[in-house]
Design a protein around this ligand. Sequence first.
Ligand code: TRP
Length: 335
Amino acid sequence: MEETAKKRMLSGIQPSGDLHLGNYLGAIKNWADRVNDYECYYFMADLHTITVRQEPAELRRRSLNQLAQYIACGLDPEKNVLFLQSQVPAHTQLAWVLNCYTMFGELSRMTQFKDKSAKYSNNINAGLFTYPVLMAADILLYQPDYVPVGEDQKQHVELCRDIAQRFNSIYGDVFTVPEPLIAKTGARIYGLTTPEGKMSKSVPDGCVFLMDSPDDIRRKFKRAVTDSDTENCVRYDKAAKPGVANLMNIYATITGKSIPEIEAEFAGQGYGVFKPAVGEAVVEALCPIREEAEHLMADKAYLDGVYRAGAEKAAYVANKTLRKVYKKVGFYQGL
Ligand code: TRP
């Protein structure tokens, strides 16, 4: 962390569900190595999560379990700043100020707001509307150069840039204007039973969770959809055989083998051999992660300590920005 020459990166993750193979192979697996090139901040965005009703005990449980799972996936709390959003008050403090520099019209145009207000039409609360302002505060407090997000969050990062530029144009260079970083590297993993769509917890049968038991994983792979023809041949053809292509991609990402190597490995053998082999590779890859996460989840004192230390480091950086903003807008801060 002392090498200040490194560019800074920050991202938030909602503690809203259990992590699955698609999250892991598509993104998290590559995060551990980022610390070689960047100074990395990650936080669990629990404040954002309550824009949709949550069961309080469940949210508390997930906030801890998800931290354990990320650490088990290789995010080292000694090298990354890992923290819980609600434990750093500067986020909500800056969000209020930025609310006054964000236009009603801008927020009305956010596609996620439109989607979510359609989906949760009985609870279109003000938090859902100002969600991107809190997100802008999350980001700008830390002056990051890059914000890695999924495609669905790109519009929010762009709004954050507009807010930062607006503020800077009035008060001078207060905020670093960050670049969104839309991940293209990670593998795209589709559902095992619905290979047309991304792997998702809303289709649990085709979704392999990091905490699934080896038997559950084996069962899910045995039931994976292959193709509707009777070819029964392990050949990569994404259009004609999306299920097989997905299984091949999973196998390739885990073993490091190329697609032609995999075709050769299973030449003359049908899906009856191939599917369990992919399942076994996944069991082997996930076993150490699950065991480490279970070990960490049982040690609440350790996880509390990680969050406490993370919040302290985060608050130090965040409060510096917040004091500057308070001064610029004219809040009296004493002699
Ligand atoms: N809105 C993001 C999501 O749902 C989570 C998030 C909150 C975030 N604050 C952030 C991501 C700041 C990047 C930066 O995925």
